[in-house]
Design a protein around this ligand. Structure first.
Ligand SMILES: Cc1cc2nc3c(=O)[nH]c(=O)nc-3n(C[C@H](O)[C@H](O)[C@H](O)COP(=O)(O)OP(=O)(O)OC[C@H]3O[C@@H](n4cnc5c(N)ncnc54)[C@H](O)[C@@H]3O)c2cc1C
Length: 285
């Protein structure tokens, strides 16, 4: 698909809002999912998920792009001659809008260095996926011996610093912009949601604030319930160099060995960010 789009652009017959299309087969072998639009404001800037006029403009622009992209797929891609649109999202989706600043912000380096945290509540195996004007840039964990293709997610990234007893799990959790461009995907959002629900139960039972939940107890409960905290590699993980699987396979942890302590292989981290302290210091935004 990318080659066909490239050829059409060079021939001057088409222009596409985004390079690097993702077109994937679905569980029903007759269905494919196409991800090849990119929306922007009239001045080229990114659509602001808090601005209703921008959202309205993006909604209209997105549906026009779907129409044009589908016509290209149907008319120029072998095998799709008889295809038709089954479904498209009922509403514009924005990958990144507001985030909290918690006691820890997950960063791009945490993704690329496959970093561990003492308060891990789950893992993220997606690369950095930066949507820039007209393109998508993927950056994978560094392919050295310390890399295994996923990072841990700290409990602290779900805790606002000012509002107490509130979890912010999912794409609005505490992450830098580039960290969020990786850990916003559904897998880590599931992990955060499960951890938030479990921790809320523990806090209620113990009569403590969320920031004072006993992390070891939380981790034990999560593991008992089948969560993977990234403290070792699953026994069925195939050995493969990190960063070679492409976005379609990046959710599966990959590493240089089938077992062994993840902590033993990770790069060392500054203690200032790795410690389990929860000190409210700044306003959330
Ligand atoms: C265009 C696009 C493509 C993406 N592609 C992928 C992909 O291929 N793979 C992948 O893993 N991830 C993908 N993502 C990212 C991923 O889908 C999201 O980051 C993730 O779903 C966010 O999960 P969440 O739980 O934080 O938020 P959401 O999934 O948005 O859930 C929030 C929920 O809260 C509800 N809600 C909002 N306000 C209220 C209220 N006041 N009261 C009650 N309910 C409320 C909303 O209706 C919504 O159901 C994509 C995102 C976008 C926008």
């Amino acid at each position: 698909m990318a080659r066909l789009m490239d050829e059409a652009e060079r021939a001057g017959t088409h222009t596409f809002p985004r390079k690097k299309p993702i077109v994937r087969p679905q569980r029903n072998p007759l269905e494919w999912r196409a991800n090849l639009t990119q929306l922007s404001n009239p001045d080229g800037s990114a659509v602001d998920g808090t601005d209703v006029d921008g959202l309205t403009h993006g909604e209209i622009q997105g549906r026009r792009q779907v129409r044009d992209a589908f016509a290209f797929i149907r008319d120029h891609t072998p095998g799709f001659e008889d295809s038709y649109v089954v479904d498209l999202s009922p509403q514009i989706g924005i990958r990144e809008t507001r985030r909290i600043i918690g006691p820890y912000q997950l960063t791009e380096d945490d993704i690329l260095d496959c970093v561990d945290f003492p308060d891990t509540i789950g893992v993220n195996g997606w690369p950095v996926e930066a949507h820039v004007a007209g393109d998508v840039e993927f950056r994978f964990p560094r392919a050295d011996l310390a890399s295994r293709g996923f990072n841990q997610l700290p409990y602290r990234m779900m805790l606002p610093q000012v509002v107490q007893n509130l979890f912010v799990a999912g794409r609005c959790a505490s992450m830098t912009q580039r960290g969020q461009s990786s850990a916003r995907v559904t897998g880590p959002c599931f992990a955060m949601g499960q951890a938030a629900g479990t921790a809320a139960d523990l806090a209620l039972s113990a009569g403590v604030a969320l920031r004072d939940v006993d992390v070891a107890t939380l981790q034990k409960r999560l593991v008992e319930n089948g969560a993977y905290l990234g403290t070792d590699l699953p026994p069925d993980t195939a050995a493969a160099p990190a960063g070679t699987g492409g976005p379609g396979s990046a959710a599966a942890p990959a590493g240089p060995s089938r077992s062994g302590s993840a902590a033993a292989r990770r790069p060392s981290r500054p203690s200032a960010v790795a410690g389990p302290t929860f000190t409210p210091a700044r306003s959330d935004r």
